[in-house]
Design a protein around this ligand. Structure first.
Ligand SMILES: Nc1ncnc2c1ncn2[C@@H]1O[C@H](COP(=O)(O)OP(=O)(O)O)[C@@H](O)[C@H]1O
Ligand SMILES: [Mg+2]
Length: 307
């Protein structure tokens, strides 16, 4: 990517970054965390390397609640999948453009974004795709223009399939396409669910986080009935987990009671490392490679590959 990035000094070491050298200690802690919610940890295998790529599995990262870690999870699970040799395309499908910004792209002065692909006949996806600083991971950027698409699409025939049409030409080139959805269940999110194989739902370990899930499940149901009968729930990811509070443990426990095996083994702790990565414009896997956060997203990537 050619866009200049803000100067980001290397992070000061934190206690939680020690896992780079001490996997046993991390293992013990993860075992304890699993046990505290009445679960046994299963070992998730390292994925086998690939000799060829595609066709892509399309995963929508969605939850209509904002601030639950959709964008953070899209960037970091994408980067971890790329570390495992997968070819990854990240689709920024939120007019806020946080995914693009989080990868160091100055989205407001881009000539071509996903908006052009959706709305202009003859727009070429290769003119819009950008390389990121992560080897094997590309980006389909967006900016505020995308909010106009949501309005303009409403009157079009096949309005729910616009994103599916746009990404079709590159399905063969990638192993995984991750769509970062906006925090609503509007037409853009419906487009993502209509073309996805599955949905990954980040859920913050906070008291009210379960309230909105019924509405999301309702929407998934409707999409399955009317637009995409093959849409599956890939899994539910507990985010913003604070191992020091009883409260977030209780919330995670309730999530597991409600959704059982759909809940990923990987848990994303609340840590300052993630806001730091946004400023740095890079994923946690390169920003703090040995951190608990980086390890958690690697585990999530492995789980995604076996589901
Ligand atoms: N595990 C985490 N711990 C602490 N802060 C986080 C974590 N995940 C995300 N954040 C921060 O919380 C804010 C919202 O996260 P984001 O991924 O943008 O959520 P969403 O896309 O669901 O709105 C961002 O500022 C992000 O840096
Ligand atoms: Mg977001």
């Amino acid at each position: 990517m050619d866009t200049p990035r803000p100067f980001a000094p290397r992070p000061e070491p934190l206690d939680e970054d020690r896992y780079g050298d001490d996997h046993d200690e991390l293992d013990t802690e993860l075992d304890a965390a699993a046990e505290s919610v009445g679960r046994r940890r299963v070992k998730v295998p390292e994925p086998a390397p690939l000799t060829e790529h595609g066709p892509a599995r399309v995963i929508a990262v969605a939850n209509q609640k904002g601030g639950v870690g959709k964008t953070t999870s899209t960037i970091n699970v994408g980067a971890a999948l790329a570390e495992y040799g997968r070819k990854v395309l990240l689709v920024d499908f939120d007019p806020q453009g946080a995914l693009s910004v989080g990868l160091g792209v100055q989205a407001h002065d881009l000539d071509a974004t996903i908006y052009n692909l959706l709305m202009e006949r003859g727009a070429e996806i290769d003119d819009v795709i950008l390389k990121t600083n992560v080897e094997g991971m590309d980006l389909l950027p967006s900016n505020i223009d995308l909010s106009a698409a949501e309005v303009q699409l409403v009157t079009e025939v096949g309005r729910e399939q616009a994103l599916g049409r746009a990404i079709k030409p590159v399905l063969d080139r990638y192993d995984i396409i991750l769509i970062d959805c906006q925090p609503s269940l509007g037409l853009l999110t419906i487009n993502a669910l209509a073309c996805a194989d599955s949905i990954l739902i980040p859920l913050a370990c906070e008291f009210f986080s379960l309230r909105g899930v019924a509405l999301l499940m309702d929407t998934i149901d409707k999409v399955q009935q009317r637009l995409n009968p093959d849409l599956k729930i890939l899994g539910i990811l507990a985010t913003m987990f604070d191992p020091r509070t009883l409260h977030t443990k209780e919330v995670r426990q309730r999530v597991i009671e409600a959704f059982g095996d759909l809940v990923f083994e990987a848990v994303i702790n609340r840590t300052v490392r993630f806001p730091e990565t946004t400023v740095a414009g890079e994923p946690i896997t390169t920003w703090a490679p040995g951190s608990n956060g980086a390890e958690a997203y690697r585990l999530l990537a492995r789980e995604v590959l076996i589901r």
